[in-house]
Write a protein that binds this ligand. Structure first.
Ligand SMILES: Cc1ncc(COP(=O)(O)O)c(C=O)c1O
Length: 457
């Protein structure tokens, strides 16, 4: 049998064949569900690595996931980021149980929105007011609209390598054929009018001061500059200087600056990257961790900008809403999570940085000493294993031809009972105690050895 590694089909090695057999033999219930789903699901959202079939989860607890066949795995999916406290943390479980007794969807709000908004406001000086929606994508959509309404300008600028969700103004990426320092934008996937990328969006180079010049050049049309303070495509923390420079240029050009903290909020620090870098944006979006594991999006920011949601002080008003926005169950779970994170932040955040750094440095040391061209990038508890030995300045430097090798890696890792999701972004949580991290490091090392034995790296 053949396996695709890099750009080439290679003869499948012994270790690769063995892990496939092992995984198939022990996941027969998962296989049954996979074939059931195939006939009714147009797209099964949220994937793990591709076996001949995916695996399906029965339950989750702390740092572990258990699949339908009863196999237990160390979980590095982190629920795609929200689970800063791990799976099913007690404070959130209790908050949810208490709310479920009282009902979970009224249409008319309970007292939860005000309390969760207070917690978010107290976490960051940039936040005067908050508006809730159901996902990070909704949050960025509303934020772009708010910025356009408040400024009366049309163009929103994004950075090469960023991700801001699934709406038409977010699915814009840099054309890889364009110049690195002056990237042009194209739409991602079919169905999005090219006029959006051509006329309404500006692509900026990440961690490159030419971005400042482009902002100066287009300032008269620019409503908003949006940045992930840490990009999940290349997680790192050495962005302080670039972000502060960006803040200065946006102020100078009278262009609003938004930090998209959907992943980083309440994960990098309790006050997100705003606290880590000591930076004050005009707008912030949150999601993921703020909902304690239930769907949420949050638009937050200065009163001047947030006035657009109410039309206060003669600000042009935008339309916003949503059947489930601010629903009591999500509010309860978010309050449960944030209150716990806040009360224990002196312990939680140093721990996440310490263990994330330890994991990255031990894996990097192993790869270096074994001459393997692989590197683990991390921003505290969020990490991405990059195949290729080049220095990574931005996602442009990531060697995309290695994707098949990455998939092979994660398949073997699954065989060693550690799950990283299909997007290849890994998270640890406060529930991942040092002995669990030791096991993860060990599984990574064994996986590298498997690939080497089969001659792939
Ligand atoms: C920075 C950022 N913004 C927005 C989103 C979209 O959030 P959601 O998946 O909740 O729609 C994501 C999702 O990963 C994200 O990482």
């Amino acid at each position: 049998m053949k396996v695709t590694i890099g750009n080439a089909d290679k003869e499948m090695g012994k270790k690769s064949a063995a892990v496939r057999t092992k995984l198939l033999e022990r996941t027969t219930q998962c296989e049954a569900i996979a074939s059931r789903g195939q006939s009714v699901l147009a797209q099964e959202v949220v994937q793990t690595v591709d076996l001949p079939h995916p695996i399906y989860i029965e339950s989750a607890e702390g740092p572990y996931l258990t699949d339908l066949d009863g196999n237990s795995y160390i979980d590095l999916t982190g629920g795609f980021g929200p689970n800063v406290l791990g799976n099913k943390p007690e404070p959130v479980e209790e908050a949810l149980a208490a709310q479920i007794k009282k009902g979970w969807h009224y249409g008319i709000p309970g007292d939860g929105q005000a309390r969760l908004a207070e917690l978010i406001k107290e976490s960051a000086p940039a936040v005067d007011e908050v508006m809730f929606c159901n996902s990070g994508s909704e949050a960025t959509m509303f934020a772009f609209r708010a910025a356009r309404a408040v400024t009366g300008k049309r163009v929103v600028a994004l950075f090469d390598g960023s991700y801001h969700g699934i709406h038409d103004y977010a699915l814009i990426r840099a054309d890889m054929k364009s110049e690195r320092s002056t990237p042009s934008s194209i739409t991602l996937g079919a169905g999005i009018p090219e006029e959006i990328s051509r006329d309404l969006m500006l692509m900026l180079p990440y961690r490159d001061k030419n971005a400042y010049d482009l902002i100066r050049k287009y300032k008269d049309d620019l409503a908003l500059v949006v940045i992930e303070p840490v990009q999940s495509s290349n997680p790192r923390l050495d962005n302080r200087e670039f972000l502060h420079g960006l803040r200065e240029v946006c102020t100078e050009c009278e262009v609003l600056l938004m930090l998209d903290e959907v992943i980083t909020g309440f994960r990098i620090e309790y006050g997100g990257c705003q606290e880590y870098y000591d930076i004050k944006p005009d707008l912030v979006t949150y999601g993921k961790a703020v909902g304690g594991g239930l769907p949420i999006g949050v638009v937050a920011g200065s009163k001047h900008v947030m006035n657009t949601f109410s039309g206060a002080e003669n600000t042009p008003a935008i339309f916003a809403g949503g059947t489930f926005s601010g629903n009591p169950l999500t509010m309860a779970s978010g309050i449960g999570a944030l209150e716990y994170l806040k009360d224990n932040k002196e312990e939680i955040y140093p721990y996440l940085h310490e263990q994330g750094n330890r994991m990255a440095s031990e894996i990097n040391e192993f790869c270096r000493s074994n001459n393997m061209p692989v590197q683990m990038m991390n921003a505290g508890s969020m990490m991405h294993l990059i195949f290729g030995g080049e220095t990574i300045e931005s996602s442009r430097d990531i060697n995309r031809s290695q994707y098949a090798l990455e998939n092979e890696f994660y398949l073997h890792l699954l065989g060693h009972n550690v799950i990283v999701p299909g997007i290849h972004l890994a998270f640890i949580s406060f529930a991942h105690k040092p002995d669990v991290i030791d096991k993860v490091i060990d599984a990574f090392k064994k996986t590298f050895e498997d690939l080497r034995e089969d001659g792939y790296i």
